[in-house]
Design a protein around this ligand. Structure first.
Ligand SMILES: [Zn+2]
Length: 179
């Protein structure tokens, strides 16, 4: 006897819905930015397994071994569970490596409003080959937009950032390193 009537497939959330849930998850280090605008969410899928909705979220850490990733994985799982998803699987994809180019324009504006200078554009040399980005590029002050800034230390509050100071408004600020 087949009991197929008892195992009805759950209705799966739409892609748009899944992404809106992900938008609710802030980056633990820079809470004004969602993990989506930070560019670390690579993929999300919903499938039905044994009558349950299972969501798989693929994330690429900003740095390999970034300690925030465990927190991010937990926060994503919590957000999905709040929306009734029983099972959430987080997969980490290390290749291709995360690049600051994956940060959205909104994310860069949010970073700046938070007082952190957003990553500079990629440097392309005349041979057309993209070079490793400058260690201490010219960075606009997030407070007054002056370009009259100086890198004080390659390492700011975290290894992802350098510490700068504005020579006009004299405020120190973090620069989110491009990589
Ligand atoms: Zn300034």
């Amino acid at each position: 006897m087949v009991n197929s009537a008892l195992t009805t497939s759950p209705s799966l959330p739409e892609q748009q819905q899944l992404w809106s849930w992900l938008h609710e998850v802030p980056d633990p280090e820079i809470p004004v930015i969602s993990v989506v605008d930070l560019g670390i969410v690579r993929d999300v899928q919903a499938t039905a397994v044994d009558g349950e909705v299972v969501c798989t979220v693929v994330i690429t850490p900003t740095y390999s071994g970034c300690p925030a990733m465990a927190v991010i994985a937990r926060d994503i799982a919590d957000a999905f569970k709040r929306h009734g998803v029983a099972r959430v699987e987080i997969q980490t994809r290390l290749s291709p490596a995360w690049t600051t180019d994956w940060m959205s324009d909104l994310g860069k504006r949010q970073l700046k409003s938070y007082g952190i200078a957003p990553p500079a554009q990629q440097v392309i040399d005349i041979s057309g080959i993209s070079r490793k980005r400058l260690l201490a590029p010219k960075v606009a002050c997030p407070h007054c937009n002056s370009m009259n800034t100086i890198c004080i230390s390659q390492f700011g509050s975290t290894s992802c950032k350098s510490l700068y100071r504005c020579k006009d408004c004299l405020e120190p600020f973090d620069y989110f390193k491009a990589h």
